[in-house]
Ligand binder design. Structure first.
Ligand code: NAP
Length: 335
């Protein structure tokens, strides 16, 4: 079987297509999966670029979708031909998060899904939503589930709420679409006027160019009539958090998700305290969250926004496209 491996110390020119031994038949509790698609995340970029060091010859990519080729003894949840999607934290099945690291995350601490075939415990996967292509399903593992957890699991989103999403990457566009599907009002930002038009076409109720608007947090709050938004999907980090606090209402919820502007920085603690906001860090979600998300997708008809799809052999070009920041939504790999 073919797979992509990453040579140490990482870098897009160290991604190589390799022939590997077929993993064989599944053991008890395992399934054999023909992986058909993956999708790129900022985290995957961190790994392949060498910014997040990993083992030599690591198979990258956290997200994997495909179909079941055979099931091992005792597996009742899946059968031959089922379309499935991988989980980000394979050992976090339900309940409170037991992890604060990526040691078990495919494509980082363990081998990922830039490969044709994998044999793994059935519990490392869930069913994919009915009617989804493999590429669409592959967008759920990381970006989709993060948006779901931020808004629905942690945020308790309800119809009539207002949501702020930052930029037009995978998590944010999922946040926009999910919020609209659930009857919320959405304000979205981007560095590009052309992307702002696309955000409006997707249903954003208000858009702001964050590069041209220094005080975009105040503009967001003004848009809500001075009240502030109920939820912020905070993917920026240190350089955006202060404005997100300004944009959010008293008692609102800020899901602290991203590091697009850096890994640490100042937090205006007095403003956060005075506004009595909840600032909650999160990393993706559990298998239970993913199963609930799939049900939510099937009942709402939510679909991811796919910017472009590259063949697995062109994985480095796919990451160059992400690096360029020209994408809008998800970049996928066909495997
Ligand atoms: N905690 C978690 O569970 C989790 C899960 C997934 C992702 N993340 C994190 O969330 C962030 C986004 O990930 P992703 O995979 O969605 O990334 P992505 O698809 O690569 O999105 C990047 C986009 O972010 C926007 N952006 C960049 N700098 C910005 C800024 N200063 N303010 C607002 N928007 C900005 C840009 O949009 P425009 O071109 O429109 O300006 C850019 O196209 C990353 O930091 C990633 O590590 C965290």
């Amino acid at each position: 079987m073919k797979a992509i491996t990453l040579a140490k110390p990482g870098g897009l020119d160290r991604l190589t297509m390799t022939d590997m031994e077929d993993p064989g038949a599944p053991g008890p509790g395992e399934i054999r999966v023909r992986i058909r698609a993956s999708s790129l995340n900022y985290h995957d970029y961190g790994v392949v670029s060498g910014n997040m060091p990993t083992e030599d010859r690591r198979i990258p990519m956290s997200d994997g979708a495909g179909e079941v080729e055979s099931v091992g003894e005792g597996v009742t949840e899946f059968k031959l031909g089922d379309r499935i999607v991988s989980g980000f934290f394979p050992l976090w099945q339900d309940g409170e998060p037991p992890v604060d690291h990526f040691k078990t995350t495919p494509g980082d601490g363990v081998d990922g899904y830039a490969r044709e075939i994998v044999v793994r415990p059935a519990t490392w996967f869930t069913h994919a939503p009915k009617g989804y292509s493999h590429e669409e399903a592959a967008t759920l593992t990381t970006a989709g589930l993060t948006a779901w957890r931020a808004l629905v699991v942690d945020g308790g989103l309800k119809a009539g709420d207002s949501v702020l999403v930052l930029g037009t990457g995978g998590v944010s566009i999922f946040g926009l679409k999910l919020a609209k599907a659930m009857g919320a009002n959405v304000v979205a930002t981007s560095s590009s006027d052309e992307k702002l038009e696309r955000l409006t076409a997707l249903g954003a109720d208000h858009v702001i160019n964050y590069k041209k608007t220094d005080n975009w947090g105040t503009k967001v709050r003004n848009w809500t009539g001075g009240r502030g938004v109920d939820h912020v999907v905070e993917v920026g980090g240190p350089a955006t958090l202060a404005q997100s606090i300004t944009a959010c209402r008293i008692g609102g919820h800020i899901a602290l998700i991203g590091v697009l502007t850096g890994r640490s920085g100042e937090v205006p603690t007095a403003a956060l305290m005075a506004k009595q906001q909840t600032l909650k860090g999160l990393i993706v979600g559990s298998r239970r969250h993913q199963m609930d998300f799939v049900r939510g997708i099937e009942s709402s008809g939510l679909k991811p926004e796919i910017d472009s799809t590259f063949p697995m052999a062109e994985i480095a070009d796919a990451f160059r496209h992400e690096e360029s920041g020209k994408h809008f939504g998800k970049i996928c790999l066909t495997i």
